[in-house]
Design a protein around this ligand. Sequence first.
Ligand code: SAH
Length: 266
Amino acid sequence: MSGTVFLVGAGPGAVDLLTLRAARLLERADIVFYDALVPDAILSLSGNSLKVKVGKRSGRHSTAQNFINKQLADAARKYRVVVRLKGGDPMLFGRAHEEISWLKKQRIRFEVVPGITAALAASADLGTSLTRRGSARSVAFLTTRTAPGGRPNEWIKAALAADTAVIYMGAGEARPIAQALLAAGKPPATPVALVENASLPDVRAATGTLEQLPALAARCGSGPVAILLGEVVRDSAIIAAWPSAQSSSSPTVRATRTGRVRSSSS
Ligand code: SAH
């Protein structure tokens, strides 16, 4: 009889945004496989478990997916509670499908514990509702990435069709993303916001227009960045406190955990 693999959402980074279910599982875990984006403060909730880093971040060292699959199955044969901890929600851009289908094939029990995804943490930090009664009724969570051998990525259709779009893993591709959207007819003045390290004490947000997206992205640091696009971003609580988006120095703010927002020109 094998153990159970729990695919657990670690949330966007803040420890207290972890679900209670996730925290309880971490306490019970015999072994935890975790991604690069999962902070130590969350891992430390899992006192005595074995910790195995299988982190994936673009352009950095990563563990091949089939090796991770195999490690999960091997662990389930050895331990009762195997936690596979993934940033945000495991079912969004987390390759959960590949792990789940492998576990099913191996007849290993699994459960999924949802987490707060980056888009929602970013919207909270901006004080911006992703939907708006009467004007924004659809939200697309998308990535412009294409997996080798995968179907062509038709992200642009999703980005054009939705009232609000949240782009994951897009900061490094900001220029081609902006060019593609502009070429597809998205107005250059479409409001955009970038939120780096959403939910964390060092969260930074920058806002402007689609035309300014490459410049805004160039100012991001090395943390994960969510790009929000759409009219809802125009008058977020934070933006109201900022210098005009048209001003030559693009606005960057730091939002503190107490909700105070400081503008800075750096
Ligand atoms: N499963 C995760 C997404 C993994 S893809 C989730 O549900 O959030 C990794 C991308 O998520 C990053 O490139 C970035 O676009 C976004 N992301 C993750 N954590 C973030 C954070 N704290 N702030 C902003 N964006 C974040």
